[in-house]
Write a protein that binds this ligand. Structure first.
Ligand SMILES: N[C@@H](CCC(=O)N[C@@H](CS)C(=O)NCC(=O)O)C(=O)O
Length: 229
């Protein structure tokens, strides 16, 4: 199961990049469900690829699902809702209250964790003289608040939104992959244990293993740029 080269009825294309956190969130969902898909890696740093991708989807945001003879499906959470309809273990529970909690933690991880971690990562890639300190401080405060919130949530749950792995964990895994490299979980034992459960989950481990060569290449490039700055 997983990436394949032949398009056929029912298979969807996924435009993504292994380093993009929102792409990672959707890949975790796909691997959880064991769905077949046709991978289309897009490097948005290439002006040519970015322009070509914007012709397909004017917002130019990854990930994007494209169906055979069907509509475009952008937005990671909406993609996961779509994937839930295809079968496999549910990532958005049927029970209304469980679904509400799952969607809330998913939004929370997207809007605050992933976005703040992305800001810290982007600022960290700049030479110190070019870093925006107030942007960094705001993102650090957000991540501190998120860590505290998650520490409480996973003190009484195995997964972020309940007993079963859900869309909330897909989003948390993507955010924590980056945030934990920049800010430690210091004095938050429940969050540290949850992060360890995520890291050993097959779907998450696979997504991270696929991202690792890209991450290493990026870190090497950042180091070289900073040395020559
Ligand atoms: N709300 C969107 C966010 C997607 C997003 O921001 N993707 C990033 C990559 S992780 C992107 O495409 N950035 C390129 C850009 O903003 O130009 C989702 O959940 O899919």
């Amino acid at each position: 199961m997983g990436p394949g080269s032949d398009d056929h009825e029912g298979r969807f294309e996924l435009y993504y990049h292994p380093l993009s956190p929102y792409s990672q969130k959707v890949l975790v969902a796909i691997y959880e469900k064991g769905l077949e898909f046709t991978p289309r890696i897009v490097n948005l740093k290439s002006a040519q690829e970015r322009a070509r991708f914007r012709e397909l989807y004017p917002m130019g945001k990854l990930p994007l699902v494209v169906l055979n003879h069907g509509p475009l499906i952008p937005e990671s959470s909406i993609i996961i809702e779509y994937l839930d309809g295809l079968g496999g273990a549910r990532l958005i529970p049927e029970d209304a209250e469980d679904a509400r909690r799952t969607r809330f933690i998913d939004r929370f991880c997207d809007n605050y964790l992933i976005d703040s971690a992305s800001i810290l990562f982007a600022e960290g890639a700049k030479a110190p003289a070019h870093q925006d300190t107030s942007r960094i401080e705001t993102a650090q405060h957000q991540i501190t608040a998120i860590y505290d919130f998650l520490e409480h949530e996973v003190s009484h749950r195995v997964w972020a939104a309940g007993a079963e792995f859900s869309m909330a964990d897909c989003a948390a895994a993507a955010g924590l992959f980056y945030a934990s490299r920049i800010m430690s979980f210091r004095d938050r034992p429940n969050l540290a244990a949850y992060a360890e459960r995520l890291a050993t989950r097959e779907s998450v481990a696979r997504v991270r293993a696929e991202a690792t060569p890209y991450l290493q290449a990026l870190l090497t490039r950042i180091k070289q740029l900073r040395e020559t700055a």
